[in-house]
Write a protein that binds this ligand. Sequence first.
Ligand SMILES: *Cc1c(COP(=O)(O)O)cnc(C)c1O
Length: 378
Amino acid sequence: MTSGDGFETRAIHAGQEPDPSTGAIVPPISLATTFVQEAVGKHRGYEYSRSGNPTRAAMETCIASLEGARHGLAFASGLAAEDAILRTLDPGDHIIIPNDAYGGTFRLVARVYERLGISWTACDLRDLSALEAAWQPETTMVWVESPTNPLLSVVDIAAVAKLAHTRAARVIVDNTFATPYLQQPLALGAHASLHSSTKYLGGHSDVVGGFIAVNDAEFADELRFLQNAMGAVPSPFDCYLVLRGVKTLALRMREHCSNAQAIVRMLREHDAVAQVLYPDESEVARRQMRDFGGMVSFLANDEDTALELVTRTRLFTLAESLGAVESLIEHPARMTHASAAGSPLEVDPRLVRLSVGIESQADLVADLKNALDSLAND
Ligand SMILES: *Cc1c(COP(=O)(O)O)cnc(C)c1O
């Protein structure tokens, strides 16, 4: 393994030398909670499994490598990772968040951190003058999501990072939708790239997890301190599942992208669809992403049509979450983004969100088209 190795090679080998004691090709799931010390403080790098665990270390090394990062930290969920980042703020600080942030991000900032003395402004980060207008003397962090959940809007990460650097604020990018295969925020100037590894990194709807990749050693130390102090760490089995998932990340992402594009072509032609939201129309996305991802959102003609449609697909299963091999469909206003009701982040009730899986492309297109046709014929 050298740092010059390609993405697919690093996904399979980074952090995963054969086990020195047995030669096992796959890193063992290290369940031990504690590790022998030869003398006080003299050990082989592990003392207690909350502060460090060999399976977790393998996964942290691997995903950090995929993000082009020097440091990686795993958490028990995406929101636990977000919480660790937000805990680096001090009372009195101000944070700028996207006006269509993931519902859980909004809830954490508005309902948990606001009480702790952190103020916030939601703004359209695609518009740099809106970002400047939202800026306050106390602004120390800008939270970027790109593409966003659920509107799939694309933010120019390099442009936001450039502005934030001149004002000594940190830029955090929620890279969950793009994954490091499609987009590398640190190379664009962000201070941290964050994931819900529950989604594409895990990729199989069977593990909840979070991840932060950073380059700056001081920021990494601060986050590692919080990771241990708060204790929201993933279990060794969870780490094993995510490590196993990322081995096929590139392959899966190529299929997610190609299937999503076939779905988008069909939706753009369909009368029951008012508007399709997909990053392919963004010039910034073409510049900062390798491809446009597996998430597709669209507006049905009205809310009733949207609510009826999500019950009529056969392969697209009605469920929250995203980013796994199976295709899912949902109604953000009443499901994933219900907590944003009445806020500046409230979602259009006509909106339908698809997580396009890696089933046969023709089957997926036919499934959605049949459901849409059946509505038109009612
Ligand atoms: C799911 C999700 C999160 C939260 O992650 P959990 O693993 O569910 O805690 C954060 N950001 C985005 C974009 C997500 O989709």
